[in-house]
Design a protein around this ligand. Sequence first.
Ligand SMILES: *[C@@H]1O[C@H](CO)[C@@H](O)[C@H](O)[C@H]1NC(C)=O
Ligand SMILES: *[C@@H]1O[C@H](CO)[C@@H](O)[C@H](O)[C@H]1NC(C)=O
Ligand SMILES: *[C@@H]1O[C@H](CO)[C@@H](O)[C@H](O)[C@H]1NC(C)=O
Ligand SMILES: *[C@@H]1O[C@H](CO)[C@@H](O)[C@H](O)[C@H]1NC(C)=O
Length: 306
Amino acid sequence: MAHLLFITLTIALQALVPLVHSYGHANMCRSYCGNLTIDYPFALQSGCGHPGFRELLFCINDVLMLHISSGSYRVLDIDYAYQALTLHDPHMSTCDSIVLGGRGNGFVVEQWRAPYLNPTGDNVFMLIGCTAESPLFQGFPEKHLPCRNVSGMGCEEFYRCPSWNMIGPKRAGSVYGTGPPECCAVPFEAIKSINLTKLDCQGYSSAYSLAPLRVAVAGAGRWSYGIRVKYSVQRNEPFCRACEATGGSCGYDTNGVNELCMCGSSNSTSNCDSVHSSSCRGTWTLVHTLAGFLICMIVWMKSQYS
Ligand SMILES: *[C@@H]1O[C@H](CO)[C@@H](O)[C@H](O)[C@H]1NC(C)=O
Ligand SMILES: *[C@@H]1O[C@H](CO)[C@@H](O)[C@H](O)[C@H]1NC(C)=O
Ligand SMILES: *[C@@H]1O[C@H](CO)[C@@H](O)[C@H](O)[C@H]1NC(C)=O
Ligand SMILES: *[C@@H]1O[C@H](CO)[C@@H](O)[C@H](O)[C@H]1NC(C)=O
């Protein structure tokens, strides 16, 4: 009698194990680069993550790099709670050094990616050594100069940095009468693309503030230099939440447009519940419990009867 029960349970378990296994597998798209976690909407594998962020991140010797049309940046941080990335460009000027010669990347994203990736409103771009012919100053002085402080950060403070002493006497600062200012601070929104070639500028700096009031008092020596970028998955977040809640990994199809939920042995355009046999829908919690119970039973019975 006990023997018969054992055989029945073994058969039942063998039928259940693959289902439970594929149902509860760990997220196959999550990965790591150095000490950074790469998770939705980002991914290192193609097919994983959100299509707006495809072919964007690369892990090279434990250093996470972001690649867009203006160039490559090191990713210093991914803030999933605030949906922001912090980027570093080695050819960006800071309070310690001014890099001229148009070597900096600036910040330009592919048009199709623009809805997904934008520098934050409290990130200041300071354009350095732009010519009078720069589109920045066209219409000047009749029209309003686009240069302004952003979140308490601007060129007046930046000019006090030691790096400005190294590039000779400062023509900069106060007067607009003798030519364009040596530095012009703008928020990304104002010009939508930081292309040093197009803007006819020699260099740039970028700083962001996480606490605007403190930044204003601290001075440019204490600003955080880097590019703070807001990322957005538009309206598609519920898709991924539903996919992961049913044990899937969020990805996209081979044409790189439509989102896909990867459910182990198959893919779904909604979530993994719709993949598994519809007659079983809604019984998964029960199946889990039952399978756990059966495993315990069989281990116990094996120890008793074999
Ligand atoms: C990650 O490592 C870098 C140094 O490689 C360090 O500066 C940073 O604070 C670390 N970040 C976290 C979240 O541990
Ligand atoms: C920057 O502008 C120049 C000149 O208009 C253009 O040739 C170049 O492709 C632009 N760079 C990017 C990354 O869009
Ligand atoms: C920026 O702020 C400084 C004070 O930190 C002020 O002196 C300056 O006039 C402001 N510049 C602009 C363009 O508003
Ligand atoms: C599911 O989609 C991913 C990404 O497009 C693809 O690599 C994988 O082969 C697909 N799996 C199946 C079973 O179709």
